[in-house]
Design a binder for this molecule. Sequence first.
Ligand SMILES: Nc1nc2c(c(=O)[nH]1)N[C@H]1C(S)=C(S)[C@@H](COP(=O)(O)O)O[C@H]1N2
Ligand SMILES: [Mo]
Length: 330
Amino acid sequence: MFYHRRKGWEIPEREATPEALFFARRSLLKAGVAAAALAAAPSAQAFSLFGGGDKPAAPEAPDQTQGRYPAGRNDLFKLDRDVTPEEINSHYNNFYEFGSGKDIFEAAQALKTRPWTLKIDGLVEAPKEMGIDDLIASAPLEERLYRHRCVEAWAMAIPWTGFPLKHLVDLAKPQSGAKFVRFETFLDRSMAPGQRQVWYPWPYGEGLTMAEASNDLAFLVTGAYGKPLGKQFGAPLRLAVPWKYGFKSIKSITKISFVAERPKTFWEQLQASEYGFWANVNPDVPHPRWSQASEEVLGTHERRKTQIFNGYGEFVGGLYVGLEKERLYV
Ligand SMILES: Nc1nc2c(c(=O)[nH]1)N[C@H]1C(S)=C(S)[C@@H](COP(=O)(O)O)O[C@H]1N2
Ligand SMILES: [Mo]
């Protein structure tokens, strides 16, 4: 925050409650230097600044899917608030691969999203690799208005474009032994300066149960605001599981694995007492360091009451019957 000029609509980082508080102090010096350097550099030069200078950046291949946007809206999913303006949403992001502050927009433009390969492996009939453009071309794209609730107690609302995760589960043809789905983000230290911070368990990983992954609300996102996904949002493929805290919605996915054991996630590896596997939104279960009873609406400074399952209980409440002894809300 020392190197970051705050705009009127932003939540000051000292008032928000960052996921990485424990680690932020240790990384402050390094992060400050990197962010200051990036802020001073035009985005096109970010790669060579942080790429070690040994090999030049190959040009990014064109996105073949532009013509699929905007996609028709699925009206099943209603908002109880306005969509967060694109300009605000695009400049207040969590994407630790590009820095631990919220203004990673410039840094994230170094993310190269074409070519991009998604690997599907583990307990499936036939492991496969798919080019992102082939995947998007064959997917049933639709637009959905979703709320998003970060564990730090801020919230946004966004028009995502994408397709149900269930579509990909069906493509993968999992075996009966598959109980969980594990997601992984790219690993490329030359492209993502945050990944040089060695105390984080890169690459970012997340997980869902098979039942959660097959729920209609679990959405694979390829676009936002009627266009292909901006890099800061986790292009070219990110997850949206809006009944869970935002850290479950992993960005820039390169691998989806079907596994028998519950995967250990990125934040769980860092601090299991604060960021569990389930991470379902619940106003009555505080984070160990702050209340979850209310949230700040990004862009308006309005405070709203947090809703159980972030208001999506009618879709997902049934997933947790019989699991009451699990830590469902951390
Ligand atoms: N790979 C990756 N995915 C990630 C994160 C991250 O740092 N790296 N941050 C998570 C957190 S904490 C949140 S709140 C959301 C933020 O999404 P947004 O920037 O589109 O609002 O992305 C999630 N997915
Ligand atoms: Mo978050």
